[in-house]
Write a protein that binds this ligand. Structure first.
Ligand code: NAP
Length: 249
């Protein structure tokens, strides 16, 4: 890929993906809500393949853009600049953070369908939403490695899903196409493939946030095969939206 990979949102997931991307040889442009001047530390850590820009500049300059922002912020994504582009959507619906969203609560829509509706002229692919940032960062492996994991993707455009699959492949993951965005609840909070399969059981003892973070970052990653991923997706049953809320999310 010659165009840089764009990342909107430079928190836990965005910065983890930026690290994986530069390690894999991508040029990366990162952005957040507060402006590029707040990203100097991250860019310095990422090295010469990375730079920071405004959200609008990222949307304009990259042709694949990862949106790693809270779902509630999706309406601020610049639809005009993102028109025609592949947007990889990492969002999950957490009412505790995002507030109640009626069409998700009544299950007439999915988080990524909302993102696609806002970005009507973009090609939204849901991905990276069902793994913690810690497992994501620690679990990347080259193609063919016995420790390689599979992540589900969903979207309406076959070409966009192919492009997303290439990005996942380069970053260190196999992609499993799970269908369209209407079915993307199958990888959302509370479903069998959500976070847990890639990690040991959550600690049962009471931990502070810092202790839990340290535990997450040190936890070994359990590889998930495409077959196992498919089985987990297939046996998902739709429950209350945002029904699962570990302290770290
Ligand atoms: N954390 C995980 O392990 C995990 C795993 C899978 C999926 N997810 C999902 O991925 C998304 C991101 O999660 P996260 O944990 O990375 O969140 P986070 O650590 O809170 O980071 C959120 C990032 O989004 C940026 N942002 C917020 N509003 C924005 C806007 N309007 N325009 C541009 N950037 C904006 C923030 O920038 P500022 O700091 O400048 O406001 C920040 O860089 C969420 O939907 C989450 O549910 C998270």
């Amino acid at each position: 890929m010659t165009a840089p990979l764009g990342i909107i949102g430079a928190g836990a997931i965005g910065s983890t993906l930026a690290r994986l991307a530069v390690a894999a040889g991508f040029d990366v442009i990162v952005s957040n809500s507060r402006g590029p001047q707040t990203l100097t530390e991250l860019v310095s850590e990422l090295g010469p393949r990375a730079r920071a820009a405004t959200v609008t500049e990222v949307a304009r300059e990259a042709d694949v853009v990862i949106a790693a922002i809270p779902l509630i912020a999706h309406t601020e994504l610049p639809a005009d600049e993102l028109a025609g582009k592949v947007v990889i959507d990492t969002t999950n619906y957490y009412p505790q953070r995002d507030g109640q969203i009626d069409t998700l609560d009544d299950q007439t829509s999915t988080a990524s369908e909302l993102v696609q509706a806002h970005l009507a002229d973009s090609h939204v692919v849901k991905a990276f939403n069902n793994i913690t940032f810690a497992s994501l960062g620690n679990g990347a492996r080259p193609a063919g490695s016995p420790e390689r994991s599979t992540l589900p993707i969903a979207g309406e455009s076959t070409n966009a899903k192919q492009r997303a699959t290439e990005v996942l492949d380069t970053l260190g993951y196999d992609a499993l196409d799970t269908g369209g965005l209407a079915d993307s609840w199958r990888s959302e909070p509370g479903t069998p493939i959500y976070c847990d399969p890639y990690m040991p059981a959550w600690p049962t003892e009471s931990l502070t946030t810092d202790e839990l973070l340290a535990w997450l970052l040190a936890a070994p990653v359990i590889p998930l095969s495409a077959q196992s991923a498919d089985e987990l997706i297939t046996r998902a049953v739709r429950g209350p939206a945002g029904g699962y809320f570990p302290e770290t999310q």
